[in-house]
Design a protein around this ligand. Sequence first.
Ligand code: SF4
Length: 244
Amino acid sequence: MTSFLEPQAVDGQSNLAATVRELDRELSVASPAEVIAAALRSVGREHLAVVSSFGTESAALLKVMADVDPAIPVVFLDTGWLFEETLAYRDTLIAQLGLRDVRSIRPREETLSKEDPDRDLWFNDPDACCRIRKVEPLARALAPFRAWVNGRKRFQGGARAAIPVVEEDGARMKFNPFANVTREEIEAIYALAKLPPHPLVASGFASVGCMPCTSRTAANEDSRAGRWRGRGKTECGIHTMKIS
Ligand code: SF4
C-alpha cells in the first residue's frame, strides 16, 4: 500500500467524491491499521477524529488507532443516559491505551430542557431523542474535522452489511477500517493486546448503548438485537443521517 492520496488531493468539495472513490478502491483489502494510517495521511491529525461509544467492541478500534497515533482526537458521545460502567470503561481504556485526546461531548442543556424536560423522549420518540442526544452533538463535535473514523462491521448485518471502507458523509470523508473484519479477528485483537472487556459483557450485554434502549441478548440472537428491542429501530442516526 504505497499510493494513498496525499493531503492536497482532498482540498475542495468538488474533489471529495473522486477522492473517496479512489481511497475506497485502494483500501478495499487494507488492514484496519492501514486504513487509519491512510486517513491520517489524507487529512492530517488536526482534521481527523475517531468516534467511539466505548462499547463492547470499541477497544479493538481504539487499540489499532493508538498503535497508529494515540493523539488522534476521539469523540465520545455522553448522551446523559449511559451506564456508569461505560463511563468507567472509557476511563480504563484511556489509561491502558494512552489515549491523549478523548473528548466527551454532551447534549446542550438548553436543548434538553426544551425538548426532553421529563427525560421520557427515549420512550415517546426515540428518533427525536437520538437526534438531540447523539446526532446534533456529533455534528457539533465534528465541525472542526474533515474526516472521521468509526468501528462498524459488515458482519453486524442490517444496514451495515454493505458499508464501504471509505464513504462520503456530507462534506467529510468517513472511514470504516473494520468494515471487512470478522468477529474472530476482533476477538484476536482483544486477546493479543489483553484488552479488558466492557464490564457489562459478563452480565449478558452483547452490545451496549444508552440504558433505556439496551437489553441483554440471548446466545442465539444477533449482537445488536438488544438495542431498541421491540421498537423497529436499529440505528441511532449518526450513520444514517448526513452530519453537516
Ligand atoms: S439510544 Fe435511547 S436514550 Fe440514547 S439517545 Fe437514543 S433514544 Fe435516547
